[in-house]
Ligand binder design. Sequence first.
Ligand SMILES: [Zn+2]
Ligand SMILES: [Zn+2]
Length: 377
Amino acid sequence: MTTQNYYDLLGVEKSASFDEIKRAFRVKAKECHPDYHPGDTAAEAKFKEINEAYEVLKDDQKRAAYDRYGHQAYTSGMNGAGGASGFGGFDFSGTGFESIFEEMFSGFAGRARSAGEARANRGADLRYDLEISLQEAYDGLKKSIDVETYVSCDDCSGKGGKSLEQCDTCGGYGHIRQRQGFFVVDTECPACNGTGKKVKDACSKCKGSGRVRKKRTLEVNIPKGIDSGVRMRLSGEGHVGLNGGPAGDLYVFLTVKNHEIFEREGANLYCEVPIPMTTAALGGTIDVPTMSGKTEKLEIKAGTQSGHQVKLKGKGMPILKSSSFGDLYVSLKVETPKHLTQRQKELLKEFAKESKEETQEACTDFLSQIKKLWDNI
Ligand SMILES: [Zn+2]
Ligand SMILES: [Zn+2]
């Protein structure tokens, strides 16, 4: 068996239609057909590889299995890499979905089955990345998202066709045995996904797979107080399963964008509010913005220093699944006046003349500290 990707072997895109695959196969097969290259073993090997690829890609069920499990599904029995147990875990390999969509994990748990027992495979889970504003996270919202998933085919009620017949790849057994050195390895039949059965009189709409791709609009309820990194599960909104298996889940991964004024840390918010020097010195009231859209009156004590932090209790973000709120921490930033008029300058000079040691304590203390330092030298 070849180790090369079947699509690459035929030189087609993963999204290629059946006709494109057939055309590519004919061209490639002609290039290395043994009739045209008698005795050429390289051409013969290539011809076998191309046939192997075409055998899988021309068959909707085999192709779906190949897309889903990857090349390993067809080669694990030969090279022993991973084997059937390698199907679990995350698979971000992508199967031609829009960029926001990634196949998350196959949703398969290995389980022993007896021959012929039908296996209903759970559909794959999907991921959707959603970015919201801090305001939306504060208010909570209903958001419509567009997803494209496999859904059950209406025409055949998801059965894939009128009736079932025995799978000729595994002889109805559901698994195939392959020799691997001294060992014989038992793997699930990729042609029938282990059911041992194949669809007869395949439905023309879904080509026997029992499911079709469909664009759907889903409504997501985003609760108040949600934060970045939260993963919301929409149960049963992923891909529908194979052989009547249940649908996978859709996971919405949330990111909350940064805000122009507020910084968030958990349920608490932080912001910096500038205040005039005169308000800082004399005291007064200022308006502080909050996420509720209203402003809060904040009392400024006379002699407030720049960087002083005030806590506004309950004015932060809503706490998820509760009716309480975090706090808002306001850092006051005293603004030094600029562009002074002649009169203002005179007043401030006058003010400076009037200043005593205790008017600006920190400055006085600092100067005396420096003086001490110099005196000691
Ligand atoms: Zn089979
Ligand atoms: Zn159908």
